[in-house]
Design a protein around this ligand. Sequence first.
Ligand code: SRM
Ligand code: SF4
Length: 565
Amino acid sequence: MDIERPLSPNERIKENSNFLRGGIAEGLCHVETGALSDDDGQLTKFHGFYQQDDRDLRPERGKQRMEKAFSFMVRMRIPGGIVTPSQWLAIETLAKERANGTIRLTTRETVQFHGILKGNLRPLMQGLNAVTLDTIAACGDVNRNVIATVAPWQRDHYAAISALARGLSEHLLPKTRAWHEIWLGEKRISGSVEEEPIYGPTYLPRKFKIAVALPPHNDVDVFAHDLGFIAIVQRGRIAGYNVTIGGGMGMTHGEPETYPRTADVIGFCKPQDAIDVAEKVLTVQRDYGDRSNRKHARLKYTVDTLGLDRFVALVQERLAVKLTAAKPFAFNSTGDRLGWAQEEDGTSHFTLFVENGRIKGRMLEGLHQIASLGVGRFIMTANQNLVLADIPQDKRKAVQNLLTEHGLDITFSGLRGSAMACVALPTCGLALAESERYLPDLVTRLQDELERFGLREDAITIRMTGCPNGCARPYISEIGLVGRGPGVYNLYLGGAHEGVRLNKLHRRDVNGDKIVAILSPLFEAYAKTRKSNERFGDFVIRTGVVAETTAGVNFHENLSADVGN
Ligand code: SRM
Ligand code: SF4
């Protein structure tokens, strides 16, 4: 990397933070404002939370010259998304008592609380700690929540991959005690010297994300991650993992040097070596990632700057064992298997569809009652859904009754079941357009069109984000909608149903009416002329609606001249 360029301001903030303490503890005492200082606002991410304000209220408060309606979003660290029923009940209580009364499941198998006032931050963290949960490194320039395919019905393999997710998360946790001191009041041992053996004092150049996939399910979108592990099952056991590096979604409109990128498969490792592989990939990114320009700091850019071969060689140099040739694998979907799945011994699992991950009202109440039965596990999926796992045979009827009573066992179209939207307005400070509050209505309109052509059951993946950062991974879905401004989106088409290929920009700046008008004839053509088992994303490429995109770097190239309204 070019060492002449100045470091980004965040590097100074991290370096001067005394291992992520900064002035957060003091800032909490300043009751005259609902906010924290700007520098501390960068550090709080490492503690799992962001300062936000209610954007719906901005104009009115601005008129009245009032401070913005500040509150905080807190994100938990839940490797593999697994919690016990009693932990779920604690999360629910905290959501009601300390946040805005909703639980928001995220695209990374965890929970976000919104609308937390400054004075509620400590009680919330302490409430989580009381049930052995935390928010450490859920955000910030560190390894984030590690996600894994959710497949409790594949018992042994699932146990292995979720253990790997936990192991990766624990191994790559920052070692600083800052979180325990600030939120739990832990006393610092005098004279103790702190260090970060893996990260060093300035942590990583940018966030770092890991996914573990269990084929044929690619529910975690493994190719969208900085680092991925694809389980290879041989003779009934996980023989090891194919390793992927260099995936990522975020980009900025109008800046072609930023782009989404699908990861490359770089080799195969044994199960016992996976954590070391992760550490070495992470340290190469730590040492070679761009610390000047945060828009160019993710691992995907380091891979493209160094070249894939050089990046892999640097990883190999640091590894005690060598990666061997990648093994064959195949994915068949990115979606969740919604509804009941039953095992031979009668154990059942129910995958609950949670529209855009927002749990409130009757759903919150129904889940409260199900958790109160005290059986099974609650597992969050990377599609923002919830699996009520390991329900014993004698409790299935009780769970089913509660699902029915609370209107949770419903049918919906293939499109709705395959839709994801990021949070966006009113809490996200970066949103340019609506997403979570708008996609359900748009899906209703598109679903009507699909029904006209007999495609109601087709699970076409559709994802919307309120800005180009890509939080719902829109660039890897069959239909992607990315906010450009109030009510307008860029429309992307041609991602693979299995999440192995990026989509391509088809139309710029289109509103809901236009989106329906563009997609309806494509749905009709798809219904009439698709090949057997052909997916919508493949169909639009075969019929020349969009060109195929392979890797990220050519994402902005070959835009057809007629892209526009
Ligand atoms: Fe994200 C920033 C929400 C998954 C890429 N993301 C944000 C912030 C914190 C806005 C901010 O920085 O002020 C959003 C908070 C909104 C709110 O009000 O809650 C936000 N991201 C989310 C969530 C909640 C979306 C959701 O609806 O589920 C997801 C939480 C995941 C988690 O539990 O950790 C979420 N974000 C993702 C993903 C998907 C993934 O990781 O699989 C991506 C794309 C993958 C990637 O990282 O490349 C993603 N979020 C971003 C980016 C762009 C990063 C980049 O490399 O350019 C930002 C902006 C940034 O970091 O500067 C961002
Ligand atoms: Fe906010 Fe943009 Fe992420 Fe949506 S994609 S949550 S608008 S940062």
